[in-house]
Ligand binder design. Structure first.
Ligand SMILES: [Zn+2]
Ligand SMILES: [Zn+2]
Length: 176
């Protein structure tokens, strides 16, 4: 016995074990309409993703990436002023998103930063650099400096992959 997905009454499937509804015409019709609607929504989603411009993919990646940074640095101190971050803080970029697009998703370039340093002090960059030296070390910072002049070369498939990657890491942190 199975339960009809529309009227919720019990029925014995006659055609296949996958039969979702009883044989009442009203149930059959309602169910097939629901399936069509679902298929249409899936198609629409696929189509929308296909025509989604790179800029929108990048925006989506930036949002996921920033969430990851905030979660990674939760409970630590502001990269610039070393005060405890507390609950409200930003993902602050050392090399700014606007001027250095190729470092906007670089984990060494983005750290938890208090709102005061990030917004009021425009990144508090001199202190940020000192914070970076103690957090990631001078070698990695030099690497970052060297990369800062390169252009952003990232394809949509690469962006999609990075979105998946950071979603997975966010999930991992949530499990801890
Ligand atoms: Zn039914
Ligand atoms: Zn600060």
């Amino acid at each position: 016995m199975k339960r009809c997905k529309v009227c919720k009454e019990k029925f014995t499937p006659r055609f296949s074990t996958l039969q979702a509804t009883c044989e009442k015409p009203s149930c059959l019709i309602e169910y097939s309409q629901k399936v069509k609607k679902k298929e249409w929504a899936a198609e629409k989603k696929e189509w929308k993703e296909k025509i989604k411009p790179a800029s929108e993919w990048r925006r989506e990646l930036q949002a996921v990436f920033n969430t990851f940074i905030r979660m990674r640095d939760k409970g630590t101190a502001c990269i610039s002023c070393a005060r405890p971050l507390g609950n409200k803080y930003d993902a602050g970029h050392y090399y700014s998103v606007g001027s250095y697009p190729n470092l906007r998703y670089h984990e060494h370039n983005v750290h938890g930063q208090c709102v005061y340093c990030n917004r009021d002090k425009h990144g508090n960059l001199i202190a940020y650099r000192e914070g970076l030296i103690s957090r990631i070390g001078l070698d990695r910072l030099n690497e970052l400096d060297a990369k800062s002049s390169l252009p952003l070369n990232i394809t949509i498939p690469e962006i999609k992959e990075m979105i998946q990657h950071y979603r997975a890491r966010i999930k991992e942190i949530k499990k801890m």
